[in-house]
Design a protein around this ligand. Structure first.
Ligand SMILES: [Zn+2]
Ligand SMILES: [Zn+2]
Length: 359
C-alpha cells in the first residue's frame, strides 16, 4: 500500500503543478482583455441603465443591495450604492472612473452601504481629478461627512504609500450636494449635462423621509427610477410617458412564507420586521399599476423582496402584474443592461456579466 502511494504521489504532484501552470497561462492571456474592457464605449447614443444591485437588505445570494447605473454619452450616473455595488460594477466590466455622480434616493443602509468602496475605486482607478459628487435630499451631507471621516485615515495612508500623482489627496472622498423641494413642489431638476436632464421627485417611503426617485431625459428617451416607495401619485406624475420605469417591488404573499417560518423558528423579532416592511414598498401589482397609470413603455422590477432562489418563484412573485401592465415587464437581475437608443422607442435587455476565464 505504502509503495503504491509512493508511486502515485509524484504523478499527482506533477498533475497539480501542470494545472497550476495552465491556470497561470490562461490568466496571462485573458488579463489584458479583461483590464482594458470598456463596454460603455460600444454602446450606441442613447440612455442605458445597468443593474448593479437588484436586491434588498434581506441577504440574497443572487442579488446585491440596491444600485442602478444610468449610462449616457460615455458617462455614468449611479443611483444608490448598496453593499456589493463595487463588486457587481466590476463584474459588469464598468469603469469606476466614468462615474460622474452618485444620486441617493434616501438613506436606508441598503442604499448607502457600498458608497465607501465605490468612492475609493473611482478615486484610484485613474487618479480622479474631482471628488465624487453625491446628490440627494437633505441629509446627504450627514452621510457624506460620515463616510469622509471614516475613510480619512485610509485615504491618507494610500496617498502616503502611492504618492500624490497616483492617489491625490485633494480629490479623495466625496462632496455632498443636497437639494430640497420648495413648498408645494414635488419635483425639480437637480442636474443638467449636455442633453441630459435629471429630475428628482418625491416618493412615499415613510418613516424614511425625505425619499425621492429620479427621472432621466436625454434626446427624447427617458428612464425613471422609483427608489423605495409605495404606489404614489407624485411618481405617476413624474413618470408620465417614460420609456422605462424601474420600480421597487415586494411580494407580500411570498414574504408571508418567510415571516411564518421565522415565527415558527422562534425569531419573533425578525418576523415582525418582515410584517413592518410591507407598508412602505410597492407590491409587484402596485408597481404594475404605477407603470400603467404613468403610461410608460416598459417596466423592470427591482429591490426584489423576498429573494427568489428558485426561478419558478418568479410567477408567484409577479402575481397578476402582467395583467395590470401589458407592456414589456421584467424582474431585474444583477448585471442587466437595458438600452434605449436615440431615435427609437425600444427597450432592449441584455447582460453585462462577462463570460470567460476571469469572469
Ligand atoms: Zn428604503
Ligand atoms: Zn431599500
Amino acid at each position: 500500500m505504502r509503495k503504491a502511494l509512493a508511486l502515485l504521489l509524484p504523478g499527482a504532484v506533477a498533475g497539480w503543478l501542470l494545472r497550476g501552470q495552465i491556470a497561470v497561462a490562461v490568466t496571462k492571456k485573458a488579463l489584458p482583455k479583461r483590464i482594458s474592457a470598456d463596454p460603455v464605449a460600444a454602446l450606441p447614443d442613447g440612455l442605458h441603465i445597468a443593474i448593479c444591485g437588484s436586491g434588498s437588505p434581506i441577504p440574497d445570494e443572487q442579488r446585491g443591495n440596491p444600485c442602478t447605473a444610468v449610462i449616457v454619452d460615455q458617462k455614468i450616473y449611479m443611483i444608490d450604492a448598496g453593499e456589493q455595488a463595487s463588486e457587481t460594477f466590476n463584474r459588469m466590466q464598468l469603469r469606476p472612473d466614468q462615474i460622474q455622480a452618485v444620486l441617493l434616493t434616501h438613506f436606508h443602509s441598503d442604499h448607502i452601504g457600498g458608497l465607501g468602496s465605490v468612492t475609493l475605486q473611482r478615486w484610484v482607478a485613474n487618479a480622479a481629478t474631482t471628488k465624487l459628487r453625491v446628490l440627494g435630499p437633505v441629509g446627504v451631507d450627514r452621510v457624506v461627512n460620515g463616510y469622509n471621516e471614516a475613510y480619512a485615515l485610509d485615504n491618507s495612508y494610500r496617498t502616503a504609500h502611492h504618492g500624490e500623482s497616483i492617489a491625490p489627496s485633494a480629490t479623495a472622498g466625496m462632496v455632498a450636494e443636497p437639494f430640497e423641494f420648495e413648498p408645494g413642489e414635488t419635483s425639480k431638476v437637480v442636474l443638467e449635462d449636455g442633453g441630459l436632464v435629471i429630475t428628482a421627485f418625491e416618493v412615499d417611503h415613510s418613516p424614511a423621509t425625505p425619499a425621492v426617485g429620479y427621472r432621466f431625459d436625454y434626446k427624447g428617451r427617458s428612464i425613471v427610477v422609483s427608489g423605495d416607495t409605495v404606489y404614489t401619485q407624485s411618481l405617476v406624475d413624474a413618470a408620465q410617458g417614460a420609456d422605462l420605469l424601474v420600480h421597487d417591488a415586494l411580494s407580500a404573499d411570498l414574504l408571508k412564507l418567510v415571516e411564518n417560518a421565522s415565527r415558527e423558528a422562534g425569531f419573533e423579532n425578525r418576523a415582525q420586521i418582515l410584517v413592518d416592511v410591507t407598508d412602505y414598498h410597492a407590491t409587484p401589482a402596485q408597481a404594475a399599476d404605477a407603470a400603467r397609470d404613468a403610461g410608460v413603455g416598459a417596466l423592470a422590477m427591482t429591490h426584489v423582496i423576498p429573494p427568489l432562489p428558485i426561478k419558478a418563484l418568479e410567477g408567484p412573485y409577479l402575481g397578476d402584474a402582467k395583467e395590470r401592465f401589458t407592456g414589456p415587464l421584467w424582474i431585474a437581475s444583477d448585471g442587466d443592461l437595458y438600452s434605449l437608443p436615440v431615435g427609437g422607442r425600444t427597450v432592449e435587455r441584455s447582460s453585462l456579466f462577462a463570460s470567460g476565464p476571469l469572469s
